[in-house]
Design a protein around this ligand. Structure first.
Ligand code: C5P
Length: 232
């Protein structure tokens, strides 16, 4: 899989999601299914979108004891998604167990990436609530290295961190980056944003784009603009 635009389908129901995807007619964008849609519509929505020919990033951010994550990943491996994720904060043993659970009997598996630090966490939260004294940047890089050492394929990170993650963990270690906005677009609640062209220049492998596409007057045109800027 090369560089691509992943649409965050943050809709509450299967009906709304499928109606949105119907607008793309011949095109088959890469789709992100998060907790809201998965918990609301169940695994059937994953099968339905897959059957329509889309690639899927299942963004469920698992974080539990290694045995539980291994078993949950084993269930997810049967859904035939392309990318799954978990929290690097669960530790190396949990990440290795997740990889084991995700690997099918024939040796194939979806890509597995780790969330380093949520962008909703800031330095103050790290220090006062999580009791982590190191600077955020160092924590993110250290978690990314833990994920790489555990055998994972990449991380979800801010586009601002993508370049450093690549230099620390290797060019082949995937960076999947949300927080993308058009230069003339509304930032919404995202604070640190980049345009698709800037994310390309900095070396993001995948950008995750929600509202700039899903809330656009013409989502198909917005998706195509994103692809033109990011993939070229
Ligand atoms: O609408 P918007 O483009 O902001 O959507 C971004 C998507 O990426 C959402 O699904 C959001 O949950 C997700 N995300 C994020 N920041 C992170 C991790 C995931 O915005 N650090």
């Amino acid at each position: 899989m090369g560089r691509d635009v992943i649409i965050a389908c943050d809709f509450p129901s299967a009906e709304q999601t499928l109606a949105f995807l119907d607008r793309f007619e011949g095109e088959k964008p890469f789709v992100k299914i998060g907790m809201e849609l998965f918990y609301g519509a169940g695994p059937e929505i994953v099968r339905e979108i897959k059957a329509r020919g889309h690639k899927i990033f299942l963004d469920l951010k698992l974080h539990d004891i290694p045995n539980t994550v291994k078993k949950a990943m084993n269930v997810l491996s049967r859904l035939d998604v392309d990318i799954c994720n978990l929290h690097a904060a669960g530790g190396a043993e949990m990440m290795r167990a997740a990889l084991e659970g995700l690997t099918r009997p024939d040796g194939s598996r979806p890509l597995l990436i780790a969330v380093t630090q949520l962008t909703s966490t800031n330095q103050e939260t790290l220090e006062n609530e999580l009791l982590i004294r190191e600077p955020m940047e160092q924590v993110v890089m250290s978690y990314a290295e833990n994920a790489r050492n555990a055998g994972l394929d990449g991380v979800v990170c801010s586009p601002l961190e993508a370049e450093r993650v690549h230099s620390r963990c290797g060019a082949g270690f995937l960076t999947v980056t949300p927080g993308v906005r058009f230069a003339d677009g509304d930032k919404g609640d995202q604070k640190r944003v980049m345009t698709p062209a800037q994310a390309k220049a900095i070396g993001s492998d995948y950008i995750v784009v929600g509202r700039p596409i899903t809330a656009a007057a013409d989502p198909v045109a917005a998706y195509q603009r994103c692809c033109a800027e990011f993939i070229g």
